[in-house]
Design a protein around this ligand. Structure first.
Ligand SMILES: C[S@@+](CC[C@H](N)C(=O)[O-])C[C@H]1O[C@@H](n2cnc3c(N)ncnc32)[C@H](O)[C@@H]1O
Length: 216
């Protein structure tokens, strides 16, 4: 998994739907950014969340298991090498569907956050989309519904304060090329996603969630 992501680093740094968008704007706003705010960006990938938060004066530490992504700390979300409450805010954008142990990762993000955990991820649509996602990129594990997210965050000791749905619209060819899906698999992915594709443009649904550490 780690090597696959390192090889994709440049593609994810340059990807328009990762670099910018109203979903990224809202995620940044929900972090209450400012000078002196300490943030941990988990699964930082091309580092777009970290870049934006630093522009607001935050002190950001980035984590990713893929060394090629150039994170400050090489680590998976399921095992964060930080003490309890080390950061004001923990962010994690468009990555949780790759985590092998989503509940373990949520518990870790809640543990190292003092106040807020702000997450964006692709939201569960149907099993055909899940099959397409796995064929496109074997590192895909699963997307979760809004209900599942709320349950998992509550189990992890996090209270959902705000939640908003978004649509992103990648060009299918670019979306497949970014992870170098082999041609035969790509053909099947196109078939599976026919209902979600118009004129070669895909509709991907995501949610942004702002959750606060529950008072114990
Ligand atoms: C789509 S990229 C992240 C995008 C980035 N957060 C952004 O906003 O542009 C997914 C990232 O998840 C990372 N990843 C995969 N499995 C992970 C895990 N178990 N824990 C933490 N990061 C993981 C990959 O290395 C990759 O960099």
């Amino acid at each position: 998994m780690t090597d696959a992501w390192s090889q994709r680093a440049e593609a994810f740094r340059e990807s328009p739907m990762h670099r910018e968008g109203p979903d990224l704007d809202l995620l940044v706003e929900w972090c209450d950014p400012g000078h002196g705010v300490k943030v941990l960006d988990v699964a930082t990938g091309g580092g777009h969340v970290a870049r934006r938060l630093r522009e607001h004066g935050c002190t950001v530490v980035t984590v990713d298991p893929a060394p090629g992504m150039g994170p400050d700390v090489v680590s998976s979300a399921e095992e964060l090498p930080f003490q309890d409450g080390s950061f004001d805010v923990v962010t994690c954008r468009i990555a949780a569907h790759h985590f092998q142990d989503i509940r373990g990762a949520i518990a870790e993000m809640a543990r190292v956050a003092q106040h807020l955990v702000v997450i964006e991820d692709n939201v569960f649509s149907d099993e055909r989309v899940e099959e397409a996602e796995r064929l496109r990129d074997p590192t895909h594990v699963r997307c979760y519904s809004e209900k599942e997210w709320k349950e998992m965050l509550a189990e992890g000791g996090l209270e959902v304060e705000q939640l908003e749905h978004f649509e992103r619209h990648p060009v299918v060819d670019d979306w497949l090329a970014r992870v170098q899906t082999p041609p035969a698999a790509a053909e099947r992915v196109r078939e599976l996603l026919a209902d979600h594709t118009h004129d070669g443009v895909l509709t991907l649904k995501s949610i942004v969630v702002r959750a606060r550490r529950s008072q114990k």
